[in-house]
Design a protein around this ligand. Structure first.
Ligand SMILES: Cc1cc2nc3c(=O)[nH]c(=O)nc-3n(C[C@H](O)[C@H](O)[C@H](O)COP(=O)(O)O)c2cc1C
Length: 155
């Protein structure tokens, strides 16, 4: 059975949107069936996927509210997920996205959701972007990991 991968994103300046569509294109190349879901523009919830990828910015040291609210609604036990987090600050800076991402992961673990990859951190050059060089390759690598996770599940 084909596994459905939902790539949900929140995006204010377009960087997460771009990352989400780049990832979807890479997933297509890997032969996976993906759909894109714009959290900020959607009023109805999507169908439950087999794998959820959340692409979200960090703002003021927090994962943005709409992304967390979306997870509260769609998240459930055993749902497999991956996170892509866009950020401006360096990973060892006071405004680092790492603590907020870890906090979210702990929350999802309590919900008994299953993380399938390490979170992918994508830096933007300035507050409004663009995404730092090399993001396409990093997303293509993530697509490969997702493809592996899907085929392991099918075995
Ligand atoms: C009000 C505001 C607060 C922000 N706070 C942080 C922060 O605490 N840490 C960080 O790394 N980046 C921060 N950023 C940068 C955002 O992460 C960046 O704008 C975002 O990743 C761009 O993604 P988007 O175009 O999809 O919205 C902030 C940006 C704004 C506008």
């Amino acid at each position: 059975m084909v596994k459905k991968i939902l790539i949900a994103y929140s995006s204010y300046f377009g960087n997460c949107k771009k990352a989400a569509s780049t990832l979807a294109a890479s997933c297509d190349e890997e032969g996976m069936e993906t759909s894109l879901y714009p959290i900020l523009e959607s009023e109805t919830l999507p169908e439950k996927p087999d794998i959820l990828v959340l692409v979200t910015p960090v703002r003021v040291r927090k994962i943005v509210g709409p992304s967390k609210k979306f997870l509260r609604k769609i998240g459930e036990k055993d749902l497999r997920y991956a996170l892509v987090v866009s950020h401006g600050a360096a990973l060892d800076h006071f405004f680092s996205p790492v603590p907020a991402t870890k906090k979210l992961e702990r929350h999802l673990e309590r919900k008994e959701m299953v993380r399938i990859t390490e979170p992918l951190f994508l830096q933007v050059e300035r507050q409004q972007g663009p995404l730092s060089k090399g993001y396409e390759k990093r997303l293509a690598d993530l697509a490969k990991q997702l493809s592996q996770a899907v085929s392991e599940e099918d075995r």
